[in-house]
Write a protein that binds this ligand. Structure first.
Ligand SMILES: [Ca+2]
Ligand SMILES: [Ca+2]
Ligand SMILES: [Ca+2]
Length: 307
């Protein structure tokens, strides 16, 4: 784990290359089969940055446990000690959009499995897992970058992101270089730049600089639609792939109703808000029992209620 943080936070020195070339899929990322630079590894140690990456409480500092599969939302910078099962990728969706053109660096490290016989003082190499690293754009579901060395126990990516979007990191387990194991412990470290704006207004999904009917329409017309297939009209605060439009997105509109840029504090739900809740809950009840109904038909009632 510490090794992964040290590698991830290193300064690239002039001429550094781990063989990254533009990814053949044309989505603007890179691909490498080399892990690290043959001479300088991940670069020159930068202990100040390593300390910050490891320690700052705004970062993800270990996803609790080592469960398999989706690890839940993580910060733009962080690390995790995890365990990946053969055939099931561990997925780390980053909660913030990352800024196009900014650098994303990700490092995955693990160990060859070894045993030691104290009587004979002999060591044995028992197995080595072949783990791989992917960065995926969750708005498009496209793989952006890949590090897939076959014989090393490090995967490393450091590249400029092609666009401002939501991304996730995936730790995959494709097989073994030798030996017979089916799960492997690893340390993962990553460092990206969260996109600060231009609009960070909660609930302003259509980027109109106010929380209004357009945002409510997006929620209603896309109720329970997966983030991976959501309309491009939904610009801000998109649910990531494999999560669906639901109550939290609706709350984003309701509790910020009428807010406009610049960002204002989220108010306590006032009596008017609670009345709006009532109208909407009624609307949803109607929608839920009417398969042929279109949620938009109910919006005039909401508008006429004076909100
Ligand atoms: Ca963990
Ligand atoms: Ca590999
Ligand atoms: Ca809006």
């Amino acid at each position: 784990m510490v090794k992964s943080v040290l590698l991830n936070s290193a300064d690239k020195i002039p001429g550094w290359s781990n063989g990254q070339i533009p990814h053949a899929n044309g989505f603007g990322g890179v691909k490498t089969n080399q892990s690290l630079d043959y001479v300088s590894g991940a670069g020159a140690l930068n202990l100040e940055r390593a300390f910050d990456q490891y320690h700052l409480d705004t970062n993800t500092r270990d996803v609790p446990g080592t469960t398999s599969g989706n690890q839940g939302l993580v910060a733009a910078v962080g690390w995790d000690f995890g365990n990946v099962q053969s055939g099931t990728a561990n997925v780390y969706p980053i909660e913030n959009q990352l800024e196009g053109g900014s650098e994303l660096t990700v490092t995955l490290g693990w160990f060859r499995e070894r045993s030691y016989n104290p009587t004979s003082t002999q060591t044995f190499d028992t197995a080595q897992a072949d783990l791989n690293l992917i960065v995926r754009d969750t708005n498009t579901n496209n793989i952006v970058s890949e590090s897939s060395s076959t014989c090393n126990v490090v995967e490393h990516l450091s590249f400029d992101l092609p666009s401002t979007s939501f991304y996730q990191i995936e730790v995959g387990y494709s097989g073994n270089l030798f030996g017979a194991i089916d799960n492997e412990d690893y340390g993962l470290a990553w460092s990206g730049v969260a996109f600060p704006g231009p609009t960070t207004l909660n609930g302003d999904y259509d980027d109109s600089s106010e929380v209004a009917l357009g945002d409510l329409n997006l929620v209603l017309f896309n109720w329970q639609v997966d983030g991976a297939t959501l309309t491009n009209d939904w610009i801000n605060h998109r649910p990531v792939a494999r999560t669906t439009v639901g109550i939290s997105e609706l709350n984003g509109v309701l509790f910020n109703w009428g807010n406009s840029a610049p960002v204002v504090a989220v108010p306590e739900p006032a009596a008017g808000m609670l009345a709006l809740w009532g109208v909407l809950l009624w609307a949803f009840a109607a929608v839920a029992v009417s398969p042929g109904g279109r949620p938009g038909q109910l919006q005039p009632a909401i508008l006429d209620a004076g909100f």
